[in-house]
Design a binder for this molecule. Structure first.
Ligand SMILES: Nc1ncnc2c1ncn2[C@@H]1O[C@H](COP(=O)(O)OP(=O)(O)OP(=O)(O)O)[C@@H](O)[C@H]1O
Length: 228
């Protein structure tokens, strides 16, 4: 589903964040991306949803070469991907329901479909009762649930998460992992960059370690492998 071939990324300041990455990720997989700070995890993640482009090499999403997509084709690609960030990125003036519905309004879904899809994902993340609340009235874990609901409302094939538990306490982090488990059980591929050793070592999935812009380890059910 996602394939990188000899991906190299050098930022304008000369930093090489990807130094020849080759990887294949199949439909339905759950992949943790681990590695020290500054290793190139976020860059790896951002290149998948075309937030960054490689300096050389190719990235495929199914049979689409996303490295050569034109700017106007990017929204269409992003509709097939859900993205979740450490800091939630919710719109403060919109309530929970509206934050999730927004993504569908932009693509002009019918009001009936919007209602159906939003209510379905709010139920999945356990926020039906809080649909009318605003982000600043919610806990961090609840805000992350909204952000996850928003990421999956359009039934993406893959959810890409960059440190989704980074701002959450341990108990809330486990709850968020339950939500990802449900999403993965529906067949959605999950790619998650994380520093959470306990989670990686307990909820076993494929572990891809990046160090110095290179994949140094790639094991199904692997350990987190670092002290933190
Ligand atoms: N936009 C940018 N411009 C220049 N350098 C960048 C940019 N983004 C990242 N870098 C550099 O690229 C390297 C890899 O960064 P990246 O954010 O991918 O690492 P990371 O593994 O996600 O780190 P962390 O775990 O701290 O989030 C770092 O040296 C970083 O400073």
């Amino acid at each position: 589903m996602i394939k990188m071939k000899n991906v190299y990324k050098k930022y304008a300041n000369g930093v090489v964040a990807s130094n020849g990455i080759n990887i294949e990720i199949d439909r339905g997989e759950f992949v943790y991306v681990v590695g020290p700070s500054g290793a190139g995890k976020s860059t790896f993640i951002k290149m998948i949803f075309r937030e960054e482009t490689p300096t050389s090499g190719e990235i495929f999403f199914n049979d689409i070469n996303i490295t050569t997509l034109k700017q106007k084709q990017i929204p269409q690609l992003r509709r097939r991907m859900g993205v979740v960030f450490q800091d939630f990125k919710l719109l403060p003036m919109l309530n929970v329901y509206e934050n999730v519905a927004f993504a569908l309004e932009v693509i002009e879904e019918s009001p009936t479909n919007i209602r159906k899809k939003v209510n379905e994902v709010l139920a999945l993340v356990g926020l039906t009762q809080k649909a009318r609340m605003f982000p600043n009235e919610l806990s961090g874990g609840e805000q992350q649930r909204v952000s996850i609901a928003r990421s999956i409302v359009n039934h993406p094939e893959v959810v890409i998460a960059d440190e989704p538990t980074g701002n959450l306490d341990p108990e809330t982090s486990w709850e968020i992992m339950d939500v990802f488990k449900k999403i993965n059980a529906r067949g959605t591929t999950i790619i998650m960059a994380t520093h959470n050793k306990e989670i990686v070592n307990t909820i076993r999935h494929r572990v891809v370690a990046i160090e110095g812009g290179l994949i140094t380890r790639d094991e199904i059910g692997g350990d987190y492998g670092y002290e933190r």
